[in-house]
Ligand binder design. Structure first.
Ligand SMILES: NC(=O)c1ccc[n+]([C@@H]2O[C@H](COP(=O)([O-])OP(=O)(O)OC[C@H]3O[C@@H](n4cnc5c(N)ncnc54)[C@H](O)[C@@H]3O)[C@@H](O)[C@H]2O)c1
Length: 247
């Protein structure tokens, strides 16, 4: 089950955190993984972890919010590993940080970094990847969204949630467009992960039915399923991976 041998995956923002966990899981399933990050050193670190575990990977650093850079990055991935069969749009926390500010106190310049990364980043990578997938008759596009896209939260993340919800909109519509070509398009609505738990980790975990925060391996297992041949009839969906929390 879920054998990805022979597939080429590209995971954005995979130099640390959730993306690194996804890249390791896909490589563990047999895929060769193009590890993207804005920071080359982070991408190289994840490539080293995959190689140490016996997998195949290459670093392809680029900025997902720059369409020309994305085009060049996918060309580099194809040169190093082969054309991308599985795209995971994971990059999603702005490099400038993630201050939690009430919407009424934000400025348009603050909104733009979330739109550039979470919408344009996902649009760019999906746009560059999808044509070739359709021509080859097989493809998987999986976007890491958030529970903040599905429900209102009282933690001042309105713009983040709106940008993550926009990515779900593209997922649903594109899935219908490209299903006849053998390409599936899905999203994961991710709950709180251990890399952001910090000093509130225990308190947050206590409110999750499964009583723990999520890990990169949890995200990686869900992505591996959606990337598999077995998930061929699953498209246009948003899979909550959240320890049992309800919207
Ligand atoms: N951590 C959580 O609790 C949580 C919860 C729900 C959803 N998510 C989503 O999971 C994804 C990963 O989150 P994380 O916590 O691992 O984030 P992170 O900040 O730990 O890692 C993100 C990586 O993306 C890279 N990156 C940032 N901007 C980039 C760009 N323009 N181009 C390429 N790479 C870029 C960063 O350098 C970093 O290495 C995000 O989409 C996030 O919104 C996370």
């Amino acid at each position: 089950m879920f054998d990805l041998t022979g597939r080429i995956a590209l995971v954005t923002g995979a130099g640390q955190g959730v993306g690194a966990g996804i890249a390791l899981a896909l490589a563990g399933g047999g895929a060769a993984v193009a590890v993207n990050d804005l920071h080359q050193a982070r991408a190289v670190t994840t490539v080293g972890s995959i190689a140490a575990a016996g997998g195949r990977a290459a670093a392809v650093p680029f900025d997902v919010s720059d369409h020309d850079a994305v085009t060049a990055g996918f060309e580099e991935a194809a040169r190093l590993l082969g054309p991308v069969d599985i795209l995971v749009n994971n990059a999603g926390i702005p490099a400038a940080g993630f201050p939690q500010i009430p919407f009424k106190d934000t400025e348009p310049a603050f909104w733009r970094r979330f739109v550039d990364l979470n919408l344009y980043g996902m649009f760019n990578c999906t746009h560059v990847a999808v044509g070739s997938m359709c021509e080859r008759g097989w493809g998987r596009i999986i976007t890491i969204s958030s529970e903040a896209a599905r429900m209102g939260l009282d933690i001042n993340v309105a713009i983040y949630g709106a940008s993550k919800a926009g990515a779900i909109g593209l997922t649903r519509h594109l899935a219908v467009e490209v299903a006849p070509a053998g390409v599936t398009v899905n999203a994961i609505s991710l709950g709180t992960m251990e890399n952001v738990g910090g000093r509130w980790g225990d308190r947050i975990a206590a409110g999750i039915p499964r009583r723990r925060l999520g890990t990169g391996a949890d995200a990686g297992a869900a992505v591996t399923f959606l990337a598999s041949d077995e998930a061929d009839w699953v498209t246009g969906q948003v899979l909550p991976v959240n320890g049992g929390s309800r919207a």
